[in-house]
Design a protein around this ligand. Structure first.
Ligand code: ATP
Length: 316
């Protein structure tokens, strides 16, 4: 097996009493795109900062391109990384072109690609204007151009599509797909789940600093055990009276069928001559995400109530 580009082994990080990350295991392969998802405060930025070497783990090991990222000797490895922080800030007086030229120099990269990068993110027309005149979306695009400097081997993107209009979002995902084909690995952190699914290889869902799920969407769908939605057309009268379909039926004549029953139900529907159309929808990333978080919340509530019961017993 190829050595992973990023590897986190049993990593924990706390800020005083607060456990920001706990026992995290993650291996990211070259050219792999990982979606990192979690509610506010789940630990996503902390995980990115550990990979960047901005902070160090309290327990466990982080390795990036074979180096400890918080090591002094890691500067060389850092030039091969691109990072888009959640709140992107620039020197307001500089023009877009000056910003990219400046960051290219800082990274030890040639400034010759600055214009091409600004073109790639669609703000070449404004490259001569000071950043203070940029709109929110234009600043975000400038942040992306900054992250793309030097064709990084590893890209860490915190909320990359915030503030982008739909066409810029689509363009951004095209860039991610393109970088992936060139062998760039990407960690993409987002609260905007629709549209992400087809651009990531695996998803990691974290909550309260712990991994709730890690795998391909297909694997996570199977683990979450969410039903498949089947919408048959033309059978309206007979659906309710059918004992095989009845348990899966909702008021809008949708069937919510467990994965293992899918083929049986589909064959049954297809055998009916009055069927005129059919749509089949697997759970999407958002539904899978909500399902894992709901399971975690339920477990937390149950363990809290058990602890409460125990302390009542101890207290008499
Ligand atoms: N420098 C710090 N000092 C103290 N606590 C911190 C620090 N940085 C983060 N935390 C805490 O660690 C936890 C994880 O924070 P983190 O920024 O990693 O979450 P996040 O998933 O990126 O959240 P968001 O989606 O809101 O950006 C939070 O409870 C946060 O308050």
């Amino acid at each position: 097996m190829n050595t992973p580009l990023v590897s986190l082994e049993n990593v924990s990080k706390h800020y005083k009493d607060l456990i920001a990350l706990s026992a995290i295991h993650l291996h990211l392969a070259q050219g792999e795109v990982l979606g990192l998802f979690g509610h506010n405060g789940a630990g996503k930025t902390t995980l990115m900062k550990l990979i960047l070497g901005i902070i160090s783990p309290d327990i466990g090991n982080v390795s990036v391109m074979g180096t400890k990222p918080d090591d002094k000797s890691a500067w060389h490895m850092r030039t091969k990384m691109g990072y888009l922080p959640e709140n992107v800030m620039f020197y307001e007086q500089l023009t877009g072109l000056e910003v990219i030229t400046y960051f290219a120099r800082l990274k030890g990269q040639s400034k010759t690609h600055a214009r091409a990068l600004l073109e790639q993110v669609g703000i070449a027309h404004a490259m001569g204007r000071p950043v203070k005149t940029y709109s929110k979306g234009m600043r975000q695009r400038l942040g992306l151009a900054q992250a793309f400097i030097g064709e990084p081997k590893l890209l860490l993107l915190d909320e990359p599509t915030v503030g982008l209009d739909p066409s810029a979002t689509a363009e951004f995902y095209r860039s991610v797909d393109q970088l992936k084909t060139q062998g760039t690995s990407v960690v993409l952190c987002s609260h905007v789940l629709p549209g992400v699914e087809q651009h990531i290889d695996r998803a990691m869902i974290i909550s309260g600093g712990k991994t709730l799920a890690l795998g391909t969407i297909k694997e996570l769908r199977a683990q979450s055990n969410l039903p498949i939605k089947i919408k048959p057309q033309g059978l309206n009268g007979s659906l309710q009276g059918d004992p095989l379909l009845q348990p899966y039926l909702d008021e809008a004549d949708n069937l919510f069928v467990p994965e293992q029953e899918k083929l049986k139900i589909l064959r049954h529907l297809l055998a009916d001559d009055s069927l005129c159309d059919l749509t089949v929808e697997s759970a999407n990333l958002e539904q899978v995400y909500q399902c894992f978080l709901a399971q975690a919340e339920k477990m937390t509530t149950e363990s809290k109530s058990k602890n409460k019961q125990k302390s009542h017993k101890v207290g008499g």
